[in-house]
Design a protein around this ligand. Sequence first.
Ligand SMILES: [Zn+2]
Length: 213
Amino acid sequence: MEKEGVIKFNLRFTAGPPVAMDTLTELNTWRQILREHALIGQDPARYEGYGFGNISQRTGDPDQPHGKRKFVISGTQTGHLEILDNRHYACVIAYNAEANQVVAEGPVKPSSESMTHGVIYDIDNALRAVLHVHSPDIWNSATSQGIPVTSAAVEYGTPEMSREVEHLFSHTNVRRKGIFSMGGHADGIVAFGETVEEAGNTLLTALAGKQQR
Ligand SMILES: [Zn+2]
């Protein structure tokens, strides 16, 4: 199985100060909830012990141009940490799926799944939050819950995944569902929404197996 958490894009990273803690209040609160449900975390029995799950939230104006929709995202390999603070979040300031490049700054390097987050923000500027979690329960029940699934041939963090996500948005009801499963990334689930709360609630509903939207 592919390793979790390996950065596959070309990263231009500049070390810098953290964002203000109050920027992260909603995102970090939801991280705690997701962690308590084992949707984010680290388990010696899962993924060779690699930490899993990453979350982001847009911070700039809605109408920033494609490829420059700034967002804060949890740092690479932070899944194992019980509680995060602003030292564990990076700011992604630009991304280009075609060139497979991400530009980021902050006290930590951004999640290896930053590109997928950026692609979702580019598709619809009303979307302000993306949560990537790992859940065998949702992953295995995706089809029966009517959750769109990306091709099993496509790995996380690749330009192919970016195109696959765009394909889902143009060919399925994923925008309305607010969630998709990553067919080629074991247990990988992505939820998104106009707020972190909306995306978080979508995940918890899917986890309960009662998704009806
Ligand atoms: Zn993952």
